[in-house]
Design a protein around this ligand. Sequence first.
Ligand code: ATP
Ligand code: MG
Ligand code: MG
Length: 429
Amino acid sequence: SYRKGGYHAVRIGDSFSGGRYIAQRKLGWGEFSTVWLAYDTRSSGFVALKIQKSAPQFAQAALHEIEILSAIADGDPSNSKYVVRLIDHFKHTGPNGQHLCMVLEFLGDSLLHLVKYNRYKGLELNRVREICQCILTGLDYLHRELGLIHTDLKLENVLLLSTINTTKDPIRSGMAPILERPEGIPNGGATMNIIEKKLKQRARRAAARISNRRASMGGVGGVAKANRSLDGIDIRCKVVDFGNACWADKQFAQEIQTRQYRAPEVILQSGYSFSADMWSFACIVFELATGEMMFTPKGGQGFSEDEDHLAMMMELLGKMPRKIANGGARSKDYFDKYGDLKRIRRLKHGSLEKLLIDKFRFYEIDAHEFAKFLCPLLDFEPENRPTAHQCLQHPWLNVKSLNQTEVKSESGVETVNVGMRNLHMKGGK
Ligand code: ATP
Ligand code: MG
Ligand code: MG
């Protein structure tokens, strides 16, 4: 890909935009670009420099992304909407051609890393709530104020936010919100960082607190095992990757979204709107809380990936109303006139709440409340799904996990976690 029309080769120390930006290290890459940590000599801070491949179709895509990112930045002068900020853009000419470059605020690891780091066991529900607040604030802004549909929400496209401003190399100095990987997961050169240090500190303190409390209550058990609970760390994150975003009234692609996060109306080609993002949002939230994707369809003998996907949706969420099943341009390929799948006949019906309890070992009350939050977002009828704005008002987001208990201490009433890890689960999977 490092040839004419492709990526631009960067060496550490290379300068861009008349010497304003100095490349420090590679942060990542995608189909369209490589992304570099760069030092901005004007602001004396670090930025992410996204250097697009040079061929015309990539330049076209970058112009589209810049247009959308500019609208996002213009509408949010105080940068408080949990959506990545475009700082600058320019052209850079190199041996492989002319590359459009985007300068973005520097963010940390993605939510996928966070879930991996937690060894795919699912995050505590209180952490999931914090992440939901950020994503929903971002979506409400995109949908209601800008009229934009993201169309590719997934864990990789939500990045952790660094709250610390530093003029030191944010990765080397351990300031970047990049997580130390457990064994077997490539580290990407990140050293121990602030979240990791905080985690260890927190775990030690919490263990001490619990053992004190148990001792003072005359209970048994002794020191709770210090583990890497994310307890008490203020997780904040931002929505990124607007390469596929579109205006609701100016759509171009029929097939949107990454497979596992794809809404039924997209599969059936019945037209989509903001509510397609809300479906993907629900898939993200489920994955954060359980560590597993909600739907992982695979084609099989005599049926396609799409049909498997529709079957999985109905097994978990109930039968699709006939009007919806038969309402899309592709409906005839999959459904008979009664709204039953043509090629997958026997469905195993379950429910989200039951799945959370039986497979993911949620406490019943947590499963019930969590399902009450998620199920309306997974309504087969897109118009029935709550908007991001409505979701932000939902009681589930504004209630602390029921697995926390209040104890009286000298300084008043204190909220203490009953367990240390995966508080919503009974002893893990
Ligand atoms: P895709 O094929 O996913 O569309 P792309 O070429 O458009 O890829 P991005 O997904 O925008 O590229 O970025 C590639 C990677 O660079 C991301 O997965 C992420 O690891 C990293 N990255 C992107 N933006 C930032 C940022 N603002 N701060 C830190 N890292 C970033
Ligand atoms: Mg991406
Ligand atoms: Mg992209």
